[in-house]
Design a binder for this molecule. Structure first.
Ligand SMILES: O=P(O)(O)OC[C@H]1O[C@H](O[C@H]2O[C@H](CO)[C@@H](O)[C@H](O)[C@H]2O)[C@H](O)[C@@H](O)[C@@H]1O
Length: 240
């Protein structure tokens, strides 16, 4: 079992959502919050004096739906939108809007492949092909024709999806932003995720004197990670 190299009084926990706290599901709406997870997270939030955050690619409203009132802070859309404390106003960056003709072309391609779908975000979109794997090549052909970087965006592979994200925003920046304020400030960040986008969070956590781990490199799967999280919530696996 991974041992956290310091005690709960020194730690802050910043966690990814999909593929980490919940298992990957056929669609974004159909994920299931595992039994016991909210109790574990609430115990950890108490144990860490509030220093529990979710850093996700999803819009914050979706985390409020699946984990209502559970994390102290949430960074959504990979850090585009941040809510640093409960009930606090959302902090949103001014970012380019996805051109309408890209949106329309993506929707048209999805409609040609039943099961494929487009998820719209404040500054970006996700082209999902989990339920229509044959749509992947059509999505790749379409997106590779767009002048993505000069439009202020970046294309990133995700889990059975291609994500158009704003350039220069990532989970590492989100982690640094949250760690600059109470109750995170002065603590050492622990970050766990499972996807390409989570590598920035791992890097930032290590750079700030904390630690970061990835599924499946460090935990074989999300269920194993959640058992570890449960142990942490009961006081096991912490250093002095
Ligand atoms: O940063 P995360 O919390 O891991 O969010 C990453 C993306 O997760 C969602 O898509 C992925 O999970 C879906 C549910 O399991 C799955 O159906 C889909 O194939 C995956 O790509 C979400 O829809 C995206 O907005 C997030 O960026």
């Amino acid at each position: 079992m991974i041992q956290v190299p310091f005690s709960p009084s020194q730690a802050a926990l910043l966690l990814d959502f999909d593929g980490t706290l919940v298992d990957i599901a056929p669609t974004p709406e159909s994920v299931r919050v595992p039994d016991g997870l909210t109790d574990d997270l609430l115990r950890l939030r108490d144990m860490l004096d509030g220093a529990l955050a979710i850093i996700t690619g999803r819009p914050i409203a979706q985390i409020d739906h699946f984990l209502p009132g559970i994390p102290y802070a949430v960074a959504g859309e990979h850090g585009v939108v941040v809510r640093p404390a409960p009930e606090q106003a959302l902090r949103e960056r001014e970012l380019p809007v996805v051109p309408a003709h890209w949106v329309n072309a993506a929707e048209k391609t999805a409609s040609d492949h039943p099961g494929a779908s487009i998820e719209h975000k404040k500054a970006g979109m996700v082209l999902h092909y989990r339920r229509a794997p044959e749509a992947e090549s059509a999505f790749r052909e379409l997106t590779s024709a767009w002048p993505v970087e000069s439009g202020g965006f970046h294309l990133q592979d995700a889990q059975m999806a291609i994500e158009l994200r704003p350039l220069g925003i990532d989970k590492g920046m989100a982690l640094q932003e949250l760690m600059a304020e109470a109750p995170f400030k002065g603590r050492r960040p622990l970050f766990v995720g499972d996807d390409v986008t989570d590598r920035d969070g791992v890097r930032a956590a290590n750079q700030m004197g904390g630690a970061g781990w990835l599924i499946p490199d460090d935990f074989p799967d999300a269920a194993t990670f959640r058992r570890w999280l449960h142990d942490l919530s009961e006081g096991r696996g912490w250093g002095a």
